[in-house]
Ligand binder design. Structure first.
Ligand code: NDP
Length: 400
C-alpha cells in the first residue's frame, strides 16, 4: 500500500488532503499528523466517506525530532509531505533521514528569530540524503513550485538559454475585509515587510520594501499594481536555469492592504522581536496573527481570480524569443470544490502532485533537489488534470 504522511492541517494541507483523497489510486493511505489533532479528525470525518484512500490521524509536535521519528516508524509512509510551517523543515528532514523516508515541502527553512529565508540550511543535507538513498523535493507549492516547473518546461521545450525571468503573482481576489492575509499571516507579513531583492548578473540587488512598483494587465483579472519582492525560488532558479542574466519576482497588492500594513509596521505590530506585556513575553507579529481573520475562513467570502506565471526571454536557435506561462484560478470555484480559496488551492494541488511524483517513482533520484531539477513534463500534465491548467502566450506584454 502506497502511503503518505501529511504534516500540518492548515489551509494548504486541507487542499492537498482533499486532492490526495480524489487521487486514491496513487494515495492508497494517508496519515494527517498535526499539532491540533481535532482539525485532522474533522477532515477525516468529512472526507473518509467520499474516498477509497484510507485516512489515519495523529497528534505530533513537528519541532520534536524524536516524536516525528516514532510516528514515521509506526505508520511507515513512503513519503512525508511537510505542510506545517517553514520553521519545521529541518526537524522533519532529520526525521526523514533517520527513517529513510522521502521528503516534500512547499517553503524553505527560515529560523524563527530571523525573517530571512534561503536554501543553505536545506542544501546542507544533500550528501546525507544521497547516502541514505532518499529524495528531498524542495518547494512544491505554486511559488516556489509551479514557477520552477514552468521554468524547467520552458527550458526543455522552448529555449536554448533563458536570460530573463519575471515571475508575476497576481491575486485579484476580494475577501471584503479591510485587512487580512491569504495564507499564514505571520509568514506572509514577514515576507512582504522584508527588503526586496532580485538577481542580476549573478549578484543579489537589494531594494527597500515595496520600492519597485509596476502596473500589469493580467488576463482574467485586469490591471493591478505589483511590487518587487524577495522570493525564495530566485536563488535556486538563478543556479539551475541556463543563461540567467536577471530574475525578478513581483506580487500584486491593493492600496488598502498596503496602507494597513504600513500603519501596523509604524506602530511596531509586525515586529518579530519579543516584548514584555503584563509580565509575559509576547512577539507582536504572533499577537497580530491571533487577532487577524484565519486565512481558512476567507474561502466562502473571497471572489475573483488569481493569475500566477512566468515571463521568459531568451534565445532559441540563435533568435530572441519570449514566452509567458501562467495559470488562472477562480477563488469561488476552488471553494466549491474543496472548501478553500485559491491561494491555498494553488499551493495544495502542486503539493499533492509533488508527493505523487515521488510515490509513483516518476521522480526518483537520491539527494536534495529543487523542483526545477526534475523532468517537468509529468508534473505539467498533472497540473492540467488536477485543477491548475496552464496557458501560454508567445507575445506577452513585458515588464520594464
Ligand atoms: P497554516 O498556518 O494554515 O497551517 C500550518 C499548519 O501547521 C497548522 O495546522 C499548524 O497547526 C501546523 N503546525 C504548526 N506548527 C506545528 C508543529 N510544531 N507541529 C505540528 N504541526 C504544526 O499555514 P498554511 O497552510 O497557509 O501554510 C502551510 C505552508 O505552506 C507554510 O510553510 C507556507 O509557507 C507554505 N506556503 C507555500 C506557498 C507556495 O506557493 N510555495 C504559498 C502559501 C503557503 P495548528 O492547526 O495547531 O495551528
Amino acid at each position: 500500500m502506497k502511503k503518505c504522511m501529511i504534516i500540518g492541517c492548515g489551509g494548504v494541507a486541507s487542499v492537498a488532503i482533499h486532492k490526495c483523497c480524489q487521487n486514491s489510486e496513487v494515495f492508497e493511505g494517508i496519515m494527517i499528523a498535526s499539532r491540533t489533532k481535532s482539525k485532522c479528525d474533522a477532515l477525516k470525518e468529512k472526507l473518509q466517506p467520499t474516498t477509497k484512500t484510507v485516512i489515519e490521524t495523529a497528534q505530533v509536535d513537528a519541532d520534536n525530532v524524536e516524536e516525528l521519528i516514532a510516528l514515521i516508524e509506526s505508520y511507515k509512509p513512503d513519503v512525508v509531505l511537510n505542510l506545517a510551517l517553514p520553521y519545521q523543515d529541518l526537524t522533519i528532514m532529520d526525521a526523514c533521514l533517520a527513517t529513510k523516508t522521502h521528503y516534500v515541502d512547499t517553503a524553505n527553512y527560515e529560523p524563527l528569530d530571523t525573517a530571512k529565508f534561503e536554501y543553505k540550511w536545506q542544501w546542507a543535507y544533500r550528501e546525507r540524503f544521497e547516502k541514505a538513498g532518499i529524495t528531498a523535493l524542495l518547494g512544491s507549492g505554486f511559488d516556489p513550485g509551479v514557477t520552477g516547473v514552468f521554468s524547467a518546461y520552458a527550458m526543455k521545450h522552448h529555449f536554448d538559454e533563458i536570460n530573463y525571468i519575471d515571475i508575476l503573482d497576481c491575486n485579484g481576489g476580494d475577501h471584503g475585509y479591510p485587512f487580512a492575509t491569504n495564507f499564514n499571516p505571520e509568514i506572509n507579513i514577514r515576507e512582504v515587510t522584508a527588503k526586496g531583492s532580485y538577481i542580476e548578473d549573478g549578484k543579489w540587488v537589494e531594494t527597500e520594501p515595496m520600492e519597485i512598483k509596476r502596473v500589469y494587465n493580467f488576463k482574467g483579472v485586469g490591471e493591478k499594481d505589483m511590487y518587487l519582492l524577495h522570493h525564495e525560488e530566485l536563488e535556486s532558479l538563478a543556479l539551475n536555469i541556463k543563461g540567467i542574466k536577471r530574475i525578478r519576482f513581483f506580487m500584486t497588492f491593493g492600496q488598502s492592504y498596503l496602507t494597513h500594513l504600513k500603519c501596523l509596521e509604524n506602530v511596531g505590530m509586525t515586529s518579530i522581536e519579543p516584548i514584555m506585556y503584563e509580565g509575559k513575553e509576547i512577539v507582536p507579529l504572533q499577537f497580530l496573527r491571533a487577532v487577524l481573520p484565519d486565512p481558512a475562513s476567507l474561502g466562502p467570502r473571497t471572489v475573483g481570480k488569481t493569475n500566477i506565471g512566468c515571463i521568459f526571454r531568451g534565445k532559441k536557435d540563435g533568435k530572441d524569443k519570449t514566452y509567458y506561462l501562467y495559470n488562472i484560478c477562480d477563488h469561488q470555484e476552488c471553494y466549491k470544490e474543496v472548501g478553500s480559496q485559491a491561494i491555498s488551492y494553488t499551493t495544495g494541488v502542486p503539493a499533492m502532485i509533488g508527493a505523487m511524483m515521488i510515490l509513483t517513482g516518476q521522480w526518483n533520484k537520491a539527494g536534495v533537489y529543487n523542483i526545477e531539477e526534475f523532468d517537468p513534463d509529468p508534473f505539467m500534465e498533472a497540473l492540467n488534470k488536477w485543477g491548475l491548467p496552464w496557458e501560454e502566450d508567445f507575445d506577452p506584454v513585458l515588464v520594464d
